[in-house]
Design a protein around this ligand. Structure first.
Ligand code: NDP
Length: 272
């Protein structure tokens, strides 16, 4: 029989690690599939998705800048994606319905809790940013029953919007960066400031030695946020590579009903 076809769709897409990750998962689990990169034109996301599935594609991952459009394109949403307004995983049901899921939050929670032993229950958590990435992680984070999640954003109104959207699922507050009062147990950077090597204007006192700092961005070199966290004395600083691999494993599970072992793939991507 023909191999099942998967792809990651984005723009740009050439630097995506997802093909390497999913190909390694397939080899490890013995699943017969191919996984490619799909460059969609900025004005042609829906066409690209419809063509991919019409030509027999089995599933898509969605990355920047299409996660919100993917949510709009899906005819049905998994519960954890419904409120997020952002979708990173698509597949087609046998009746033809396009289903959207968001595995980013599950990936983050698993990387923190399982891979790094971080306690989220009862924790005071600070989330920096209020964009698409943060929308995807709030519900899974709140499911872990933290004491509080404070969302801080440059544009306060966007943080307040997310507080109002997710506030019924746990204790959620909105803040400017300047008004933050630490310390926090966990600080998650979901701003795109790191991409430009920049840092939000954070006050002192947010970090103590037990504070876990997590940058959703990843790079070979230390990120600007993690350098700040080190200078503030954080004892555990993580970047988003673990989240990337874990969200991929969660998507693979939804598509193939088998959960790959992420450890060897993490070691392949970051040998140290
Ligand atoms: P968005 O464009 O949707 O949101 C950007 C956010 O960053 C906004 O809250 C914005 O604030 C804030 N921001 C941007 N520049 C600055 C700055 N100079 N100072 C302070 N705040 C700033 O981006 P996404 O949410 O899609 O992506 C955010 C990050 O998450 C990216 O680095 C991305 O790579 C990463 N990511 C990682 C994943 C993983 O698997 N590891 C998965 C998904 C995302 P404002 O509202 O005021 O404009």
């Amino acid at each position: 029989s023909e191999q099942a076809r998967y792809a990651v769709v984005g723009n740009p897409i050439e630097h995506s690690l997802s093909p390497r990750i999913h190909t390694a998962f397939a080899e490890q689990t013995g699943e017969s599939l191919v996984y490619e990169r799909l460059l969609a034109p900025l004005e042609g996301f829906r066409d690209s998705v419809e063509r991919f599935f019409a030509e027999g594609g089995a599933g898509l991952n969605v990355t920047v800048p299409f996660k919100q459009q993917a949510w709009e394109t899906a005819g049905r949403h998994e519960p954890r994606a419904a409120r997020a307004g952002a979708v990173n995983t698509l597949w087609r049901e046998t009746d033809g319905t396009l289903v959207g899921d968001n595995t980013d939050g599950a990936g983050l929670v698993r990387d923190l809790r399982v891979n790094n032993g971080v306690t989220l229950a009862g924790a005071r958590i600070l989330v920096l940013g209020a964009g698409g990435a943060v929308r995807g992680i709030l519900e899974p984070l709140l499911k872990e029953a933290p004491a509080e999640v404070v969302i801080a954003n440059r544009t306060l109104a966007r943080a307040e919007g997310l507080r109002d959207l997710f506030g019924d699922t746990g204790a959620v507050a909105a803040s400017t960066f300047e008004a933050l009062l630490g310390p926090f147990d966990v600080i998650i950077n979901g701003t795109s400031a790191s991409l430009q090597g920049e840092l939000p204007p954070l006050p002192g006192g947010l970090v103590n030695p037990a504070t876990v700092c997590y940058d959703m961005m990843y790079s070979q070199a230390e990120t600007a946020f993690n350098a700040w966290a080190r200078q503030q004395g954080s004892g555990l600083r993580l970047d988003g590579l673990g989240m990337l691999v874990e969200q991929a494993a969660e998507s693979f599970l939804k598509w193939r009903q088998v959960r790959p072992d992420t450890g060897p793939v993490m070691a392949m991507l970051r040998p140290d």
